[in-house]
Write a protein that binds this ligand. Structure first.
Ligand code: ADP
Length: 606
């Protein structure tokens, strides 16, 4: 009954509308799960980078402030009473360490070697006297992007706006790896040194053997005279055996230079004060010195590798090799979080997929059922019209024969009349079935219940039908296996019960094929009374045994195709009997054929 082409098309539609988008969705989701960890890391990196860049900018401002503070507190005329004025300077600013005064010709006027010097002054002189007296070249650092800004910023218009040019050079250099390579090559050709950075920013789990990248600060070797030329104050970083040391210098109006070492302790304290919230649950934000040591670090004795931050930026040409860096507080947290997110996503995808599939299958089944029903209804109309036509034709034929008065004998006449009666009964039964069906559909079917003797009902019905069956070559037998008095009482509507039995009898006739023997058997089987209608036909295939009771359902074998029917008989019979508290069942018959069993509760037992 179900057309394979229609089912195939439905399958295609289901695939296209539900399955393909579902699978696509799942693929996209699974891919995004794979990227979840990288995505969370990137997000975190972005946030941390913003914090680090901000820290770099406040450190730069602070270094400017330190320079101004040292300059503003410096003595104006240190030579008249160097001892007092220089110690006053140290009192005025905690930044000021060992002090010095140089003549315009770079002669060290203070500290005087002839005086009694303390340990600090002695070590200061031993580390710096060659440099201060302009005999030693020291590396002076500069941002490579600034040194080569003309090469980096090519557009003439942008070069004319000084502020824009600097920013542009910096950001273009940051973003373009090819450009970086070219500029570093050019710098080294010009003899400018780029040291390796101390830190190697990388994602957790990245290749541990990688080399740190070159610093963005390149150095050229200069003497003090070249450094101080054309300027009146400044900070010079010196890397010596004590580590990184900052020297401040200022040119006085008479050409002398006064200067000091910037106290390392004070410098670090002031910089630490710039990192307001160094550790949170998520990250550690700190400054790292040229030794790779954090200026601030969590209390707990951690064996963290501070050389591998997640993100880091170099601070300033004044503090070469110092960096602002951010670390994950718990490097495993990202993958744990990603794992959690992935699990939730997986669960959601699975739920989604299962619901799409289940929903799709349900819709498909519903649609298929609708299609089948629609098709059955169409063939129902054709079948019913045909079934109405057949008895009508015979009734008309016999009536016309009687009318012409050419009938040979009285007995033939009787036979025609009884055939006309049974044909019109068939017609009535068919119309009753259709009417009943529509009444049942609308819930309007009413029964007139009374006590019915099934033995009498069966006898009467079989005797009435016998002539027609025998005329068609059938052997119709009625067997009543009940107690002596014979009456079997049930509570029911006699017309409906008759209709049920007629439906089964008519089916036995229609589906018997060549073996034309029908038996009706009435017996008690507590708590039921059963009427078996048995034929020797082809039986019902096991696969269809349930479906035959569905409305409009017709078997799909060649015999059924030849026999006209509405597909309503069994479904109406079942409804009637169930309304009576009983049922109709199909049982395969031993030796071939079908048994359709009516079960009804014996009166008084319902
Ligand atoms: P119809 O007979 O009009 O097709 P029914 O509801 O009475 O509708 O029967 C449904 C189907 O059950 C039939 O099409 C036929 O395939 C099958 N069937 C009914 N009775 C018999 C029977 N006695 N033997 C074999 N098949 C039967």
């Amino acid at each position: 009954m179900r057309s394979p082409a229609g089912s195939k098309r439905l399958g295609w539609i289901f695939g296209l509308v539900v399955l393909v988008p579902g699978v696509l969705l799942a693929v996209i989701a699974v891919r995004s799960i794979d990227r979840e960890e990288a995505y969370i890391e990137k997000q975190l990196e972005g946030t941390l980078l913003a914090e680090v860049v901000y820290l770099v900018s406040v450190v730069e401002t602070e270094l400017g402030r330190i320079e101004t503070e040292a300059a503003d507190s410096a003595p104006l005329d240190p030579l008249s009473d160097p001892e007092t004025s220089l110690s006053q300077w140290r009192v005025a600013s905690a930044l000021v360490g060992s002090t010095f005064v140089l003549s315009p010709e770079f002669e060290i006027l203070w500290p005087r070697a002839s005086d009694h010097l303390d340990e600090g002054e002695l070590s200061f002189l031993s580390l710096n006297s060659d440099f201060l007296s302009n005999r030693l070249e020291v590396p002076v650092f500069e941002d490579i992007a600034m040194a080569f800004k003309d090469e980096i910023v090519v557009a003439e218009q942008e070069k004319r706006i000084a502020g824009v040019e600097r920013q542009l050079a910096k950001s273009q250099f940051q973003m373009d790896e090819e450009l970086q390579e070219r500029i570093y090559d050019q710098a080294s050709e010009e003899g400018l040194q780029a040291q390796s950075r101390v830190l190697l920013p990388s994602a957790p789990g990245a290749d541990q053997t990688e080399q740190p990248p070159p610093s963005i600060f390149i150095s050229r070797d200069l003497r003090l005279e070249e450094i101080t030329k054309d300027r009146d104050k400044g900070l010079i970083s010196r890397i010596n055996e004590n580590g990184l040391e900052l020297l401040f210098w200022k040119r006085l109006s008479d050409g002398h230079l006064v200067g000091c070492v910037i106290s390392d302790t004070e410098l670090r304290e002031r910089l630490i004060a710039l990192v307001p919230e160094a550790y949170t649950d998520v990250r550690i934000l700190t400054l790292v010195d040229e030794q790779g040591q954090p200026l601030v670090a969590p209390q707990e004795a951690e064996t963290r590798d501070y050389r591998r931050p997640l993100v880091a930026r170099e601070l300033s040409a004044v503090l070469p090799l110092w960096e602002a860096a951010a670390y994950l507080t718990d490097p495993g947290a990202v993958s744990a979080r990603a794992g959690r997110a992935a699990r939730i996503l997986w669960a959601l995808i699975s739920i989604l997929f299962v619901s799409i599939l289940v929903g799709g299958i349900l819709v498909l089944r519903a649609v298929r059922a609708e299609v089948v029903l629609a098709r059955q209804k169409t063939s129902f109309v054709a079948n019913v019209s045909h079934e109405l036509k057949t008895p009508l034709t015979s009734i008309r034929m016999f009536a016309e024969m009687l009318k012409t008065g050419r009938q040979p004998s009285e007995s033939k006449r009787g036979e025609y009349l009884s055939l006309m009666v049974s044909e019109s009964e068939r017609l009535t039964r068919l119309i009753n079935n259709v009417l009943d069906f529509s009444r049942m559909e609308q819930g309007r079917k009413r029964y007139t219940m009374e006590r019915v003797d099934l033995t009498a009902l069966c006898r009467e019905l079989v005797e009435n039908q016998r002539p027609r069956y025998e005329q068609n070559g059938f052997d119709l037998e009625l067997r009543i296996d009940t107690s002596a008095d014979g009456a079997v009482l049930v509570e029911g509507d006699p017309e409906s019960l008759k209709q049920s039995l007629l439906n089964l009898l008519s089916n036995a006739e229609k589906y018997s094929g060549q073996n034309k023997s029908i038996e009706v058997r009435l017996r008690r089987e507590e708590p039921w009374v059963c009427i078996d209608v048995m034929d020797r036909g082809r039986g019902v295939p096991a696969a269809q045994a349930r479906q035959i009771f569905q409305e409009f359902y017709r078997g799909d074998d060649s015999l059924t195709a030849k026999v006209r029917g509405s597909g309503l008989g069994l479904s109406i019979t079942r409804r009637i009997l169930r309304d009576h508290g009983g049922d109709v069942l199909y049982l395969p018959r031993e030796g071939g054929g079908s048994i359709f069993r009516i079960q009804l509760p014996v009166a008084g037992q319902r």
